[in-house]
Ligand binder design. Structure first.
Ligand SMILES: [Zn+2]
Length: 644
């Protein structure tokens, strides 16, 4: 059912723009695309595509700017085996000299369908046992046309016995989610914009679990893993994910999908991922990423974050980040809302749904705020510039990254929206909160099917004022556009806590380290000597103007020995402790390229790790923010139980 019919009469012009897509669909024959994942274990996807065409010049294109990635990383370089035919005869093509994603051809007289074969070499999100298809890897369609106006019908072939999860609607023959061996699954016709937004997860060890029965529309998690035991998720986790669905329902008060599918891979080979879509999300963690509470803490906010994007990022999208095709550059100036507010909401939903505890939420927040506070690049680059420059800052290269700043709009945004939430609570005597803003901003238009409704900065200000009148424009500009040498600590302080440093890591950090470390691993000496160090002593980054910087250490060097002992994490920590309160420097032997030198580190304040400490006698808004809105599921929901 098309829920567009439920949109009320008074609508912003952007709604009308977004809704105008459907009449065009009815008038054209759809492109037919069959994605063949039979060779996915060998890192190849294949496509057979039939494109309606008329005689004369035609330009086809592959996608360049992929929504949600915030950068031009379409797969043009990985596409191979491109062969075009018409009525069985080869049709020559020539790549555009400037736009390398485009193919020019001339459709011969008498040809009404161009058949295209292409392959894509895929090195991420595949393993011997599973694959994720993000459709942009195989798409080919007419250039210079809004992608929402191009109808397309997709079919899928997967290796025999593999299960399939997707938000696409299967039609006709072929059992689902496990298609009959060798069968082709056909999906209902959609448009290129929506197909690109509807990935597939497929795998040999596959489970689909319904979540939160009783909540409409329906929610599922579709899991594929490299080993059979991993995709059969723990009942406790499934209960928490059902809580997540109920909490999001209570928080947002609207939805913008016909059904929602969390797609999840558990694999050390297929790689980490978190990519949002309107009716699903593509999530990847390690093989044991959800095997127990300790492992799941490192990625506690992953599923809540990507789920939240269905509202914030997909349904409501900054005007510059929504372009009519995948060729026009996307503009990231409002990513501190798209990603930053999602970061805030993802973490609080993780706590509200019990994926992490309230105490773990605070511990993780302490690390986030401390890292931002110890990012010296904030002295020259405003947060907004990290958003505007997002597409050139996503390399994650650690070398001097604290002086450059990376994608700080995520975590700066988290602190900004925490600041706004606690301020609304303070101004309203805790009668209102950012939850009220979400219902206005993300629920505009009521419940809808998948839809994109762009917004501007001014709309944010208007909607915040509808919750509590305040000078929100200045509030936002001060935190986003200006140089702020300190991180925004106001949210934590208004929330009844303060940031402190202790000589031991907080409990959440200890849990994550004991479970194998955070993604990226390494030793946390950032707040003491100012180094990011791998387990082997390799220096990832040096804190600008910190003790190690003053001792002229550099990223890429390797610490070989500490105070006369061969390097180990324990030896370095012991040296930091023993230098506390005296004047004896820490003696290092350091390798730089093929040279070795001695370095003295003049640092005497001991180990330092961030934590949040309650300030007695102040309102504990931070605890209110992380309390569930719904009654948490008590008895774990297990698929076995459902069968009984
Ligand atoms: Zn995100």
């Amino acid at each position: 059912m098309n829920q567009l019919l439920r949109i009320p009469a008074i609508l912003p012009a952007s709604f009308l723009l977004a809704c105008a897509i459907f009449p065009a669909l009815a008038q054209k024959a759809p492109i037919q695309i069959t994605a063949d994942l039979s060779d996915a274990p060998r890192k190849l996807f294949h496509a057979e595509i039939d494109l309606p065409a008329a005689a004369g010049p035609l330009t086809l294109t592959t996608p360049k700017w992929i929504p949600g990635t915030h950068m031009p990383i379409g797969p043009a370089a990985s596409i191979t085996g491109v062969v075009l035919t018409g009525n069985g005869q080869p049709i020559p093509w020539r790549r555009d000299d400037v736009d390398l994603y485009q193919f020019h051809l001339v459709v011969p007289n008498g040809v009404s369908t161009i058949h295209a074969h292409l392959d894509c070499i895929v090195t991420r999100r595949v393993s011997r046992k599973l694959a994720v298809l993000e459709w942009e890897k195989l798409l080919l369609y007419p250039a210079n046309t809004p992608v929402r106006d191009i109808p397309i019908q997709a079919s899928l072939i997967v290796p025999a016995g593999w299960g399939v999860g997707t938000a696409l609607t299967p039609i006709g023959a072929g059992a689902f989610p496990i298609p009959a061996t060798g069968a082709t699954t056909r999906f209902a016709a959609t448009n290129v914009e929506q197909l690109q937004d509807s990935p597939i997860v497929a795998g040999q060890y596959f489970h689909e679990f319904p979540l939160a029965p009783g909540i409409t529309p329906k929610h599922f998690i579709d899991v594929a893993s490299d080993y059979p035991e991993d995709s059969n998720l723990r009942p406790a986790l499934l209960a928490e994910l059902s809580n997540l669905v109920r909490e999001a329902d209570a928080l947002y008060g609207s939805h913008h999908y016909n059904a929602y599918h969390f797609l999840l891979t558990l694999s050390d080979v297929a790689g980490g991922e978190g990519l949002e879509h309107g009716q699903s999300s593509d999530n990847g963690v390690g093989e044991k990423g959800y095997a127990d509470d300790a492992h799941q803490l490192a990625d506690a906010d992953l599923l809540p974050h990507e789920f939240t994007h269905s509202w914030n990022g997909k349904y409501r999208r900054p005007v510059g980040l929504y372009q009519p095709d995948f060729a026009t550059p996307q503009q990231g100036a409002l990513l501190w809302v798209y990603e930053g507010m999602t970061e805030y909401l993802g973490h609080l939903l993780a706590a509200r749904s019990g994926i992490e505890t309230q105490a773990q939420y605070r511990d993780v927040l302490a690390i986030t705020v401390a890292r931002l506070d110890y990012t010296p690049g904030r002295n020259w680059r405003p947060t907004e510039d990290t958003a505007v420059a997002a597409s050139i800052l996503r390399d994650r290269d650690p070398v001097w990254s604290n002086w450059k700043r990376g994608q700080d709009y995520y975590n700066e945004g988290e602190l900004l929206w925490l600041d706004a939430d606690t301020l609304i609570r303070k101004l309203s005597q805790n009668k209102k909160s950012l939850d009220d803003f979400q219902k206005i901003f993300l629920g505009k238009g009521g419940n809808t099917g998948p839809l994109i409704v762009p917004y501007t900065f001014d709309e944010l200000v208007t909607d915040l004022n509808a919750v509590v009148p305040y000078d929100w424009a200045t509030f936002l500009h001060d935190r986003v556009d200006k140089i702020n040498p300190r991180a925004d600590l106001a949210g934590i302080e208004q929330g009844g806590y303060k940031l402190v440093y202790r000589d031991k890591p907080n409990a959440a950090e200890r849990t994550v380290v004991a479970a194998g470390g955070p993604r990226g691993g390494g030793l946390d000496c950032w707040f003491s000597i100012g180094l990011r160090i791998g387990a082997d002593g390799g220096i990832g980054d040096v804190r600008w103007n910190g003790p190690a910087d003053k001792a002229r250490l550099a990223p890429g060097e390797k610490i070989m020995a500490v105070n006369g002992q061969i390097f180990s994490g324990d030896a370095l920590k012991a040296a930091i402790r023993s230098a506390k309160g005296n004047s004896e420097p820490i003696h290092l032997i350091v390798q730089a390229d093929s040279f070795v030198s001695t370095v003295d580190l003049d640092y005497h304040d001991g180990e330092r790790y961030p934590a949040l400490e309650r300030v007695d006698g102040t309102p504990a808004y931070l605890d209110d923010i992380t309390k569930p809105l719904t009654v948490p599921e008590k008895a774990p929901l297990s698929p076995k139980k459902d069968d009984e």
